[in-house]
Every structure is written in C-alpha cells, then in structure tokens.
Write a protein that binds this ligand. Sequence first.
Ligand code: MN
Length: 419
Amino acid sequence: MPLMRSWIASANRPDTDFPLNNLPCGVFSRDGGEPRCGVAIGDMILDVTGMEDVGLLHLADDPVLDVPFWNEVMDLGPDAWTRLRILLLGFLGEGSEVKSQVERFLSPQAGATMYLPFLVSEYTDFYAGRHHAFNVGSMFRDPANALPPNWLHIPIGYNGRASSVVVSGTDVRRPLGQLRPPGSEAPVFGPSQRFDFELEMGAVVGRPSQGMVSVAEADAMIFGYVLLNDWSARDIQAWEYQPLGPFQSKATATTISPWIVTRAALESFRCAGPDRDVPLLPYLREPRPMLYDIALEVALAPEGKAETVISRTNYREMYYSAAQQLAHHTTSGCPMNVGDLLGSGTISGPDKGNRGSLLELSWGGKEPVTLDGGETRSFLADGDTVVMRGACQGDGYRIGFGSCTGRLLPSLPVPDWAR
Ligand code: MN
C-alpha cells in the first residue's frame, strides 16, 4: 500500500506518524475547552465531535462522538469502523470536495491536551514475549529451565487494574510497598528501590465476546492498538509474586499512548509470529498472521537532560498475538467487553540492545546501562522520563503511534503510623 495523499501538506511528509493511511483516534482539548474526539492527520487534529455536531459526519441515528471517549464508536461494530475510515479518507484525501467545510475543524496538535482515548473497562497484562520470559526466567530461576513448563502452550497473564491506566504525559509516583532488601530475611515497608518500565503494546477490545471465541473472531474484535508502559516495582514483585503472580508491583500505573491506531491502518504490516517449538492446541492456532511489524524504541531522559535511546525492538518478536490472548481469555467464560485493554507483555528481542525493561537491560542491576553524558541506570531514578515510540515503516511513509511518556516523581514519605 503506497502513501495515500492528503490536501494537508504535513500528512504527506515521510517522517510524520500520521499520514492519511493512519487516522488514529484520540481525545483532546484546547484552550481549556471540553475534551472531544479527534483524529490525527499530519501535525493537525480533526475535531470529529464538532463535525458530527454540525451533521458533516454521520455514523448512527444518535450521536456517538458527543462524549470524550471512543467506546460508543467501538460499540457500533466493525461495519461502522470501516464507514468512518472511508468517510475520513474522503474528507482528508487529495481532491476532497468538502475541503472548505472540513478545514475549520482542523487545529494543530501542538498545544492540545490529550486524554485517555477510551474508557478502560478492564485491563489484563500478558507475559507473551519469549525473549523477555527467557531473560527473566534465567535471572530468577535457572537458564536451563528459564521458561515455565506451561509457557510454550498458554498465553500467561494476570488481571490488572483499569483504574491505574493513565494517558501519556501523566507523572507517575514511585510507589511504597512491602519488599525484602537484599541480604535481609525480614521485609520492610518503604519506597521501591527497583522501579522499572516495561515496553508493551496494548490491544483495545472493540466488541463484546459472546461465549468462547476463535482466534479469527478475536482478531476481528480488536479495534486498535496503543503503546503501553507497564511500570513495575521489581523489588515488590520479587517478594510478592509467589504463588499468585504480580499484584501491587504492577498496580501503580500503566501508561498508554494517546492515539488508538486502528487495526485497519495496520493491515499492510501484518506478519507471522515465530516458529513454534511445540504445536499449540487447536483453539490457539492462528488461521493467518496476527502480529504486526512495528519497530519500537525506548528512550530515557534524566531530569533536565537529553534522552538516550536504550532499547530497540519490534512487536513481531511476540510469541502470542493479541488475538490469541483474547481468544484464550474467553475460554473460561469470562465476558470481554468494549474498552477492555490487553497488554502484550514485555517486548524484548534476541540481543542485548533489544531488551524491553531495565531489569533485562541491566541484568538485574549487575550491568548498569550507561546514558549519553555518562550517568548510569540499573533501575529508574527520580525525575527520569521514559519515552516509548513505535511505527510501521511503509514505502515513503510510516504508520506511527506517537509517543508514550511518563516522568517518575519521588515517592511520598512513609506515614508515621506505617513506620
Ligand atoms: Mn507487563
């Protein structure tokens, strides 16, 4: 698929994240106004709430864009998602006949405030990156048996907290928690000393499940994808995780990028996952490729300093796709709903420079990462900003996700009664 040209010049530049081929969905406000739904195009935002309000954009009998989230559009189903995309291509494509009517609904992305693009119904985080699972298993258990016996058969996950999901740009506070300092037998209560990020993709579920769904049906239920940072307190995690898995270590915050890149926009970048060591059970088999070729990077910027890119990897490294995870999720009878968010699991690649967390990059703190300017990091320091970016590279254009950023604030003091 070549670049689709727009009459908005910035959308035709090869380095924009948001050419006409992309058309991601977000929620924004300007000048203290009410948050509204928008679509990114080049360096502008199209105010689709405003367009629906004046009757230029019609998706359903009742308004669906008069609320500051995209759940009602998702609720209309895939035919409406396709219709919206076709309408937007008509409005914004080169030679548009309604350019003069559409123009007044455009405003610059610069200076806009972004919000969570959808109401997060529930949040599940998976552990589906093989290199990540191998690295973590090697560090915490044994390199000879790094993968748990179930890992090649089942997409492992845990139920997270929807309330902890925040939009890119939101500050994150270093958590307090119960942890066991190195060399100590007894736990203490205090600030996490090993606070970390995890580079992930988030899949946004746009349709409710009716009973158990196949992988193909699950794929069709996914509205789109965002970048996701699963902030993780490694010391709290190491102490709490057995036998029920992560709990408080993952509940501080999960940051997502502000633009949902739709499945339709990613279609040309579909690719197969890795070869399977053992065949999957039939209910998890993929009838066609279900991953995407999305180049990803993580940068770290100490307070007031320039950033250093510390990891580069790709979403195609995942062993399980979001469609497989969603299909697996429904096997229990667990209802999946519009607005459910599925974290992919940390996306690491085969080499050291492809690792998607500081835990892996610094190998548990043994090999600190050196930043430009000479500072080193084993885990995050107060004031650090973590920036994640991702894009599919097309021929002369890219389908980008924008960025997923968060700055780490110092922990609050331990209250006197908790000492
Ligand atoms: Mn995670």
